[in-house]
Design a protein around this ligand. Structure first.
Ligand SMILES: [Zn+2]
Length: 70
């Protein structure tokens, strides 16, 4: 069931507003489109915690859990 204002995916009323805001922030970061520094493809994203990879050319880089620092 989707609730109105869909950015609070999966958390509902379980946590306080502060935590939900934080979650939304992290979620947005994770979902944001990134360019692969190697081939410029937007298929670049987090493969695992701390590992970011390009699905097009296979380029991998270590980053933080929620963002990549290049
Ligand atoms: Zn690439």
């Amino acid at each position: 069931m989707l609730k109105p204002g869909g950015s609070l995916i999966g958390l509902g009323q379980k946590y306080g507003l502060k935590h939900r805001k934080k979650f939304t922030q992290v979620h947005t970061l994770l979902k944001a489109k990134r360019k692969c520094p190697e081939c410029g493809s937007l298929k670049f994203g987090r493969e695992a915690v701390g590992i970011w990879a390009c699905k097009k050319c296979g380029y991998k880089v270590a980053g933080t859990a929620y963002d990549v620092s290049l």
